[in-house]
Design a binder for this molecule. Structure first.
Ligand code: ADP
Ligand code: MN
Ligand code: MN
Ligand code: MN
Length: 378
């Protein structure tokens, strides 16, 4: 294990004295952005003289891209464009967290700014009111390099009792989960729920339903909050899609989707049309469902441990071994939504929702127009 921060062990009573100090009319704004890995988050904070009321009140800023794997040549200044504002659950009101898009020196989107492309696709289908809900699975590690709570030698008892469990022998690390949930609610992140997962010290939270571009904004901010809560507890978060080899479940980011028409009477017909279209672009989707062009998901989508094989595309009602699952109640009511189970835990939600929307709702002639698949994603 690499060295890790010992900040969680500092005296929190002393900290609280400072945190309780009044701050006048001034406001701390923490800018959050996605770095050049397409997976990592960065942040830095500045003071504004007044509390911003809307996103327009928050000025652009910049950072040194050569330190975030983002610089191009000698032009290392990158722009931060505020796009979504949340309340800061760590320093409390009136302080803010603000998610940003990253632009290069020439004001074109940075390579890992998938939001810029996602935005254009979502604008084209605005009137269809596409909703997403994403299930973020994740794994906690201790500072000893083992999954949190796992024995230093040997393994915990096999999978079986852990999913949705209660009790110290089965549920590893609930403090993190509960604090993160409260932090999301305070911040204004549209969190839907949480549960313990099949592998011990693996958990899930869901975000949604969110319309269009909001899905990515809310999931990225939820991830930021989770990293930050884990830091407070001295626990290490990983979104690796298969953190433990062997007979242990991987971590995905199931993506649930519906259009307004799918949610209305008889919508199941449209769900069937949409899932068939998804089947025709399986390889393109796999390329965008993790930040490394499908290589991360190769370890996870084995056809075992409640996954489909990365090489096959399948659709099933209530089938957790299919690529696409139509929930049983949706099959019965003949309307609702469906779930794409392929995205990996470390996927970029903007890339996932972008290509799902494009494949389902744009004519094939319109595919690959907003972004250049070969240039941007291969
Ligand atoms: P699972 O049974 O696959 O574990 P979860 O309960 O974990 O499902 O997650 C359900 C997800 O579905 C949530 O993220 C929720 O926001 C989303 N969802 C619910 N209704 C819709 C809908 N009509 N359209 C899109 N997503 C939806
Ligand atoms: Mn779930
Ligand atoms: Mn799950
Ligand atoms: Mn699911």
């Amino acid at each position: 294990m690499e060295s890790v921060s010992l900040s969680s062990r500092l005296n929190k009573g002393v900290r609280q004295q400072y945190m309780n100090l009044p701050q006048g009319d001034r406001c701390q704004v923490t800018y959050v952005w996605i770095d050049g890995t397409g997976e990592g988050l960065r942040n830095k904070t500045r003071t504004l003289d007044q509390e911003p009321k809307t996103i327009q009140d928050i000025p652009e800023w910049n950072f040194d891209g050569s330190s975030t794997y983002q610089a191009e040549g000698s032009n290392s200044d990158m722009y931060l464009i505020p796009v979504a504002m949340f309340r800061d659950p760590f320093t409390l009101d009136p302080n803010k967290l603000v998610l940003c898009e990253v632009l290069k020196y020439n004001r074109l989107p940075a390579e890992t700014n998938h939001r810029a492309r996602c935005r254009k696709i979502m604008e084209q289908v605005k009137e269809q009111h596409i909703w997403f809900g994403m299930e973020q699975e994740y794994t906690l590690f201790g500072t000893d390099g083992h999954p949190f709570g796992w024995p230093k030698n040997g393994l915990p008892k096999p999978q079986g009792p852990y999913y949705c469990s209660v009790g110290s022998d089965n549920a590893y690390g609930r403090d993190v989960v509960e604090c993160h949930y409260k932090a999301c609610l305070y911040a204004g992140v549209n969190i839907y729920g949480t549960n313990a997962e099949v592998m011990p010290s693996q958990w899930e939270f869901q975000v949604g339903p969110c319309e269009g571009l909001d899905m990515g904004d809310h999931l990225w901010m939820a991830r930021f909050l989770l990293y930050r809560v884990c830091e407070d507890f001295g626990v290490v978060l990983t979104l690796d899609p298969k953190p433990m080899k062997g007979n242990w479940n991987g971590a995905g980011c199931h993506t649930n989707v519906s259009t307004q028409a799918m949610r209305e009477e008889g919508g199941l017909k449209l769900i069937e049309v949409a899932t068939e279209k998804l089947g025709h672009r399986h390889p393109q989707h796999i390329k965008l469902y993790d930040p490394n062009g499908g290589r991360d998901n190769q370890r996870r989508l084995t056809g075992h441990h409640e996954t489909s094989s990365i090489h096959d595309f399948s659709v099933g009602v209530a089938n957790r071994a299919a690529s696409i699952r139509i929930p049983r109640h949706v099959g019965q009511e003949k309307k609702g939504y469906f779930e794409d189970r392929r995205p990996a835990a470390n996927c970029d939600p903007y890339a996932v929702t972008m290509i799902m929307t494009e494949t389902m709702l744009l004519d094939p002639e319109e595919h690959d127009k907003v972004y250049d698949f070969e240039r941007d994603y291969v």
